[in-house]
Design a protein around this ligand. Structure first.
Ligand SMILES: Nc1ncnc2c1ncn2[C@@H]1O[C@H](COP(=O)(O)OP(=O)(O)OP(=O)(O)O)[C@@H](O)[C@H]1O
Ligand SMILES: [Mg+2]
Ligand SMILES: [Zn+2]
Length: 152
């Protein structure tokens, strides 16, 4: 029993190569909390990775991710891989892709920004840099720090 592995999932999603330390934020994005876990969720933090030195991994049974969820994961973990598991095998593998602009994923922290007024303007940010992630509001130019706390 030197090499104990997590229970394989029959169907679901493995979010692999998560930036080390971001697994709990990925759970937040997935909306996993004490009231709604009804299938297996495995969380691995700080495990060895071939590509980088360390990574986190999240495995969710009986769930496939919608594009908006994947885009949010890309914002906090630009190198993540989304592996779709079907009948215990990796059926699909996708790298998350971050567009040069992200719309409707993050709120602007500037209370005077037009996106925080009554106007129906969806917040939109330019991705000025990926590592570290720098998001700039295209309306008020505010650089949004602490992206996880501003995810919609
Ligand atoms: N049935 C399963 N249940 C749980 N996790 C699984 C299952 N099948 C594969 N995985 C996990 O999914 C991830 C991708 O599996 P894969 O076999 O593609 O590994 P890999 O060759 O290391 O891929 P990569 O090159 O993306 O690192 C791994 O973290 C693996 O542990
Ligand atoms: Mg691997
Ligand atoms: Zn703004």
């Amino acid at each position: 029993m030197r090499d104990i592995k997590v229970t394989p999932i029959r169907n679901g999603t493995v979010i692999d190569h998560i930036t080390c330390g971001q697994a709990l934020n990925v759970l937040r994005i997935l909306g996993v909390n004490e009231n709604n876990i009804d299938s297996t969720v495995s969380v691995l933090m700080h495990v060895p990775s071939k590509k980088t030195q360390w990574k986190d991994v999240v495995k969710v049974e009986d769930r496939e991710l919608d594009p908006k969820t994947v885009d949010k994961i890309a914002l906090i973990s630009p190198n993540a891989t989304i592996d779709i598991i079907r009948d215990y095998n990796v059926a699909e593998k996708h790298r998350v892709v971050l567009a040069p602009r992200v719309k409707g994923l993050v709120r602007c922290g500037n209370p005077n920004c037009i996106t925080n007024k009554r106007e129906p303007v969806e917040p939109e940010f330019a991705v000025d840099n990926q590592s570290p992630m720098v998001l700039r509001c295209i309306y008020c130019d505010r650089i949004q720090n602490n992206i996880t706390d501003h995810l919609i």
